[in-house]
Ligand binder design. Structure first.
Ligand code: ZN
Ligand code: ZN
Length: 394
C-alpha cells in the first residue's frame, strides 16, 4: 500500500520500540522500531510524522514501514510528478534476460524437495525456467506460541527455543556487549538439522539483547549468534530480566517440517531492486512505474482490453501474484514460524550484510519465535568462510 499521509506518534513502548501513529484522518497505523530508527532525530511521543509506505502486519493491522519526520519541513523543491517509463514488452524482455539474483543469495542445502508446482505462464515464459529452478529449498520450523507451550528438556543434540538453558562453547551464559545484561535465548538448532545447510557438523545458537537490539539491530555485541559445538551446558542467571515481546517461559520444542521450495515474494524482489536494478524482477516490482506496450503473447493479448494493449507494472505484479498464489508457504499452523534457508522475510528493506572478503552473505535462518513482533532475526553466513552476521527487525 502507498499512501498515506500525516499523523502524530501517540504511543511508543520504550522497551520494544513499537508504537502507534494517529493519522490526521483519525485512523491508527502501527509502527515498529525498525521504521522509527531510520528517522533522525529519533521521534518521541507527540512527534509529527509523514507515513510514506505501509504494509499489512500481523492480524491485518496496517503497519508503517517507511516514515519521515515532519519537522523541520523539507527545504527541497517540490518533486516533479512521476512519469512512467514507457517501453514495449519485447524490448523489456530483451533488455532483462535475468529474472533475479536469488540463486546467488541462497544456500543450496543437501535436501530433497518436490519441484515447484508452478504451471507455465504466457507473460513470464521468458524467465519461467529460471524462476522454477532457482526457487530455494527451505526447511520450515515451528516455535510454540505462548498460549500453546510445548516444554522440553534442553539437550545438546536437540533443537529448542527460549528458556534459560543452552549448549554453547563458552562456560558462562553470554552477556550483551553494550549493557552487560544476560542475553535471552532465541533458538538453538541441532547439528543434524542445520548440517544440510552449513556449519560442518556443528549446531547453531542465537541469543539476543532485546534491550539494546531495537536500536543496534546489526551490532554483533548485542547478540551471541553462531555455530556451536555445545561443550558447555550453560544456564541463564536466575532472576535476570527478560525484555523480548514474549513472556518468559521454559525451554520449548522446535518442530521441523518437510523441506519445500519457496518462491521469493514480490516484496523481496522490490527490496532487492535497490541493489540490483538491472534484473527483470527489480524493474517490474521495484517501484519505478512502467507502462509496457504490446505486442504481448497472443494468449494474453486477447484478455487485455484497450488499443493498443498496454500493461502497467502494477498489472504485471498482480498477474505474478495471481500466478503464484497457490504455492504452499512455510507457515506452520498455530505456531510462530522460523525458516532455515531461502531468502529473508524483510519487513522494511534489504539489509543483506556483506563478508569483507567474499561479498554478499547468504540467508541461513529467519527466526521470529514471538520475540520479534512482525519482524525477525535474520541470520546470514558467508558460504565461503565461517563468518556469521545478523540483522534484527521489529
Ligand atoms: Zn544490551
Ligand atoms: Zn567470507
Amino acid at each position: 500500500m502507498d499512501g498515506i499521509g500525516e499523523g502524530t506518534l501517540v504511543e511508543l513502548d520504550p522497551i520494544d520500540a513499537l508504537g502507534w501513529i494517529e493519522m490526521d484522518d483519525g485512523t491508527r497505523v502501527r509502527v515498529g522500531g525498525t521504521a522509527l530508527s531510520r528517522v533522525r532525530p529519533l521521534p518521541d511521543v507527540g512527534a509529527r510524522l509523514r507515513v510514506l509506505e505501509t504494509t499489512l502486519g500481523l492480524g491485518g493491522v496496517i503497519k508503517a514501514v517507511r516514515v519521515e519526520s515532519l519537522a523541520p519541513p523539507p527545504a527541497t523543491p517540490a518533486p516533479q510528478p512521476a512519469t512512467r517509463a514507457r517501453t514495449s514488452w519485447g524490448a523489456f524482455v530483451s533488455a532483462h534476460p535475468r529474472w533475479s539474483d536469488v540463486a546467488d543469495l541462497c544456500l543450496t542445502p543437501a535436501l530433497e524437495a518436490p519441484p515447484l508446482a508452478l504451471a507455465p505462464h504466457a507473460l513470464f515464459a521468458p524467465w519461467f525456467h529460471e524462476i522454477r529452478e532457482t526457487a530455494p529449498i527451505v526447511r520450515p520450523l515451528g516455535i510454540p506460541r505462548h498460549d500453546d507451550p510445548r516444554p522440553v528438556e534442553a539437550a545438546r543434540d536437540q533443537s529448542f527455543a527460549l528458556g534459560d538453558v543452552a549448549f554453547l562453547d563458552v562456560a558462562e551464559w553470554p552477556r550483551c556487549g553494550r549493557c552487560a545484561a544476560p542475553l535471552e535465548l532465541c533458538v538453538q538448532l541441532a547439528p543434524a538439522l542445520v548440517a544440510p545447510f552449513f556449519g560442518g557438523g556443528r549446531g547453531f545458537a542465537a541469543l539476543f539483547c532485546f534491550g539494546c537490539g531495537t536500536q543496534h539491530r546489526d551490532d554483533p555485541q548485542v547478540g551471541h549468534v553462531g555455530w556451536v559445538r555445545g561443550e558447555h551446558r550453560v544456564v541463564r542467571p536466575a532472576g535476570a530480566p527478560t525484555r523480548s515481546s514474549r513472556p518468559a517461559c521454559g525451554t520449548q520444542a522446535v518442530s521441523a517440517y518437510a523441506p519445500l521450495r519457496e518462491l521469493p515474494s514480490v516484496y523481496w524482489h522490490r527490496c532487492r531492486a535497490e541493489r540490483r536494478p538491472e534484473l527483470a524482477s527489480s524493474a517490474l516490482f521495484g517501484g519505478d512505474e512502467l507502462a509496457l506496450d504490446g505486442p504481448f503473447p497472443p494468449e494474453l493479448e486477447r484478455a487485455l482490453a484497450g488499443s493498443p494493449p498496454q500493461l502497467l507494472s502494477e498489472d504485471v505484479e498482480a498477474l505474478f501474484e495471481e500466478w503464484t498464489s497457490e504455492l504452499p508457504g512455510p507457515v506452520p499452523p498455530g505456531q510462530h514460524s522460523a525458516v532455515l534457508g531461502g531468502v529473508p522475510s524483510w519487513d522494511q528493506a534489504d539489509e543483506t550484510p556483506s563478508c569483507a572478503h567474499h561479498g554478499e552473505m547468504r540467508a541461513l535462518l529467519d527466526y521470529e519465535g514471538g520475540q520479534f513482533l512482525d519482524g525477525a532475526l535474520h541470520v546470514f553466513v558467508c558460504g565461503a568462510c565461517d563468518r556469521v552476521r545478523f540483522v534484527a527487525e521489529f
